[in-house]
Design a protein around this ligand. Structure first.
Ligand SMILES: *Cc1c(COP(=O)(O)O)cnc(C)c1O
Length: 232
């Protein structure tokens, strides 16, 4: 078996263990394989092992791989930063968009999504780190944005996504994810229907699962280190 497939199997096993440790059903946690900066051939390998959801950050890179992998039934998730001038293509080449963090982007995605496609599945990106530079909204803004998105016919609001500041400390990771979880619970209390918590990456997915992650976005732990990326 090739290295990528072995690592993928190990991550699947770790997800299962983390879910069981948290008293959760492992089937409630979906692995999104983050394939940015890795070639289509690597995606094809993991696809054959049974991985069908892939996340990409850069539009041009993703479009090229989608063309190469047209023969595979892949569910594509856009997880990168959203720029206004890219919304037309992002809205129509992905099933999910994780990082919606402002009304204007939501409106553009809704306007661009083709009527022939099912609604685009979206998560609102929330910011729980203290640094102002991080993208994402606070709890109050999340509620407003969620309410607006619920009025958009071509978008289906699924949940929240976050990228907390990286830390090697498990307790600190969990404390940050807990902040996201509190916002998630708050929105549900306010009557917003949500079923997705997109939190956790290679270095912190067990802590995210302990806090209720339903999608973990794992890249380097499956595909290996990224030597470069080509922002496009
Ligand atoms: C790159 C990326 C990931 C995956 O990160 P790894 O540390 O390689 O697992 C997850 N989410 C987002 C938003 C990313 O940009």
């Amino acid at each position: 078996m090739d290295t990528i497939t072995q690592r993928w199997q190990a991550i699947k096993a770790s997800i299962q263990a983390a879910a069981q440790d948290a008293g959760r059903n492992p089937e409630q946690v979906t692995l999104l394989a983050v394939s940015k900066a890795h070639p289509a051939s690597a995606i094809r390998q993991v696809w054959h092992a049974g991985q069908h959801q892939f996340g990409e950050n850069y539009l041009q890179e993703a479009l090229a791989k989608q063309l190469e992998l047209q023969d595979l039934a892949i569910e594509w998730h856009f997880i990168g930063p959203l720029q206004s001038n890219k919304t037309q293509q992002i809205a129509n080449h992905f099933s999910w968009v994780h990082g919606v963090d402002r009304l204007k982007i939501a409106e553009r995605l809704n306007a661009a999504r083709s009527d022939t496609l099912p609604p685009l599945q979206v998560c609102i990106q929330v910011n729980v780190s203290k640094e102002d530079s991080k993208s994402g909204v606070n709890a109050e803004e999340a509620l407003k944005l969620a309410t607006s998105i619920n009025g958009m016919p071509k978008l289906q609001l699924r949940g929240l996504m976050a990228i907390p500041a990286p830390t090697p400390d498990h307790a600190e990771q969990q404390a940050q994810f807990h902040q996201v979880r509190l916002i998630y619970d708050h929105l549900i209390q306010q009557g917003i229907a949500l079923d997705t918590l997109s939190i956790g990456m290679s270095e912190d997915f067990p802590a995210a699962i302990a806090e209720g992650a339903t999608i973990v976005r794992v890249g380097s732990a499956i595909f290996g280190p990224r030597h470069s990326h080509n922002p496009a």
